[in-house]
Design a protein around this ligand. Structure first.
Ligand code: ADP
Length: 595
């Protein structure tokens, strides 16, 4: 397929300049030198082309050849993606490790998808049917957790003139489609797609459902929508990894795409070692059976990091097109932005803020824009979503730096992980005063209809109490707790209860690790119920002290409510009755004392 040969004139790290390549197009993939290092054309200037190379360029110099492939940087899509561990340009790391060892030799070419492996293909359409792009032609059981639908490739429609049941490799022809002009298209299970191009869909829809994660602070207070975007900064030791693992394990997306762009080598090895160990709690199977992992190892140059987020999101779009809810996690997008900065520097572009290219904001926005809830291309009326959760790692925790700022401008949810909360062992260390979700209004209908009419009200009350706490704390700091009224002390006490009994959630406790939406509501409702009953009682009787309220056994019952199993949620009603009883006896006790 090599159409033409050019010549290197300059090498600067991952950036190579060449000339003499006629007919080269922007974003075409080229092979650099006799070592055939993979690169991509990122600038065309007359006869001169600029290439970013995805492999180490040391020892490569002027005069060496450059070959074009005439094709844009693309991923292979088809059965076998799930459970794979890829690098940024979709080379299977696991296969390469077996072949080459930990250090990937340059110019290694391993197939992204296994071309020999056979899959059982079951047709879902019959010969003679009319099909359009995106229609499900048939299905392959990719893993025990994932049905992989083979779709009519984008750009093709017509009449199905043959379709075969049986075992096939991804490059065998499984069907033939005759288009309007009479041309026959042979369909394989393998399809290719250029990573920098958004895969088309019929229509973008606004999100209407939450991505339920079972993590109370996220689901109840800072909800991410299915098809939404969130950003989480992760100072070291703040519990970022635990949050990401919890989301991967528990969120109600069927497919997980995890992109790891580690800075230091060991960060990435952690992902490679840890992820395959995770168990899918709903099935007991390895989480990898519904996961695609993209990892950049330390010995790979920055350009591969730049490519990895596109490789990841394209794979996510492919599963979305089958009708799945996909959750994509990128850790960390700061590393991706740094790769952009390095390349831009080598290109001697005019730098923007802190040396990042001026197009940083646009690039970040267009990545997150590939998320969303959509009506897929097919005639089959399918809806599907991609939710994107991007971690940022601002140097020194400085959130005013350009990557964080540009990300926050784009995403709708911000989970502010704070190391100071982690030091206090408040986990998940998501700061309830700084975090936000812009989906709350949009999703309130869902919460009111599916969970409880009271959901939005209770959440608002709880958030109000937490905000009041932070103001009261200021007073306490200045003039001491004695300056507070009984009611204010009740507010502080309830705020403590919201923090400790609701927001604290132990990822390593069998029951506490996941809380259904219904139970989340019941837990918070219980805290607010107690608060309001206590308030009414104190209103009625000036004799009742905050200490008496605090000593009610109901406080203990509330604190233990997180350990109530999901199949015993009727216990919450009982605790409410107990609260009534205890308060009643408190009142009569006080009356007796008066007499
Ligand atoms: P980071 O990736 O930000 O460096 P980790 O996610 O590894 O931090 O978390 C550090 C430690 O904090 C964990 O080993 C664990 O002990 C504790 N931790 C974090 N989140 C939770 C949680 N939700 N429940 C209990 N412990 C947690």
């Amino acid at each position: 397929m090599q159409q033409n040969v050019g010549k290197i004139i300059k090498v600067s790290g991952p950036v190579v300049i060449a000339d003499g390549l006629r007919g080269a197009k922007m974003y075409d993939v080229v092979k650099v030198s006799e070592k055939k290092l993979t690169g991509e054309i990122i600038e065309l200037n007359g006869d001169k082309i600029t290439i970013q190379v995805y492999e180490e360029t040391s020892g490569i110099g002027p005069g060496e050849p450059v070959y074009t492939t005439g094709l844009p940087l693309s991923v292979e899509l088809g059965p076998g993606l799930i459970q794979s561990i890829y690098d940024g340009i979709q080379r299977p790391l696991d296969v390469i490790y077996q072949k080459e060892g930990v250090y990937i030799a340059r110019g290694v070419n391993a197939e992204s998808l296994d071309k020999l492996k056979k899959w059982d293909f079951k047709p879902m359409k019959r010969k003679g049917e009319k099909v359009v792009a995106g229609d499900r032609l048939g299905v392959v059981q990719e893993t025990s957790l994932v049905n992989h639908y083979i779709l009519v490739p984008i750009g093709i429609q017509g009449e199905l003139v043959s379709i075969n049941e049986g075992t096939f490799t991804v490059i065998d022809v499984i069907a033939e489609i005759k288009d309007i002009s009479g041309k026959i298209h042979e369909i394989q299970m393998l399809q290719k797609w250029p990573v920098r191009k958004t895969r088309p869909y019929l229509e973008k829809l606004s999100p209407v459902e939450p991505l339920i994660t079972g993590q109370r602070v996220i689901d109840t207070f800072f909800t991410i929508a299915k098809g939404g975007t969130a950003c989480v900064p992760g100072p070291f030791g703040s519990g970022k990894t635990v949050v990401q693992h919890q989301l991967s394990k528990w969120c109600n997306a069927e497919i997980i795409v995890f992109i790891g762009c580690g800075e230091r080598g060991n960060e990435m090895t952690d992902v490679l070692l840890e992820f395959p160990e995770l168990i899918d709690p709903n099935t007991g199977k390895p989480l990898m059976e519904r996961t695609v992992l993209i990892a950049n190892t330390s010995n790979m140059p920055v350009a591969a990091r730049e490519a990895s987020v596109y490789t990841g999101i394209t794979i996510a779009e492919y599963y979305r097109d089958m009708g799945y809810n996909v959750a994509l996690m990128a850790d960390s997008t700061s590393r991706w932005a740094e790769a952009m900065r390095e390349i831009s520097g080598r290109l001697e572009e005019m730098p923007g803020e802190e040396g990042y290219p001026a197009y940083l904001g646009t690039r970040i926005a267009s990545f997150y824009e590939r998320s969303g809830r959509v009506k897929t291309l097919a005639n089959e009326d399918r809806e599907a979503t991609i939710s994107v959760i991007g971690a940022v790692s601002p140097p020194g925790g400085d959130l005013s730096e350009p990557v964080t700022q540009n990300t926050l401008r784009t995403v709708q949810v911000y989970w502010s992980l704070q190391d100071k909360l982690a030091y206090k062992r408040h986990f998940p260390a998501i700061d309830w005063l700084r975090s936000y979700s812009l989906y709350l209004d949009q999703l309130s209908k869902f919460f009111e209809e599916e969970i409880s009419k009271e959901f939005v009200i209770i959440r608002k009350k709880a958030m109000g109490i937490l905000q009041e706490e932070s103001e009261l704390e200021e007073t306490v700091r200045l003039i001491g707790i004695d300056a507070l009224s009984r009611m204010e002390r009740l507010t502080l006490e309830t705020a403590r209860s919201i923090r400790e009994d609701f927001l604290h959630q132990n990822a390593f406790d069998e029951i506490d690790t996941y809380t259904s939406m219904k139970k989340q509501f019941l837990m918070l409702d219980l805290i607010i119920y107690f608060h309001e009953r206590a308030k009414d009682t104190m209103d009625e009787s000036s004799e009742i002290s905050i200490d008496q309220i605090n000593h009610l056994t109901a406080k203990n019952q509330i604190a233990r409510s997180k350990f109530i199993p999901e199949d015993q949620l009727d216990k919450f009603e009982k605790i409410k009755n107990d609260i009534d009883q205890q308060i009643k006896s408190l009142i009569s006790e006080n009356k007796r004392k008066d007499e």
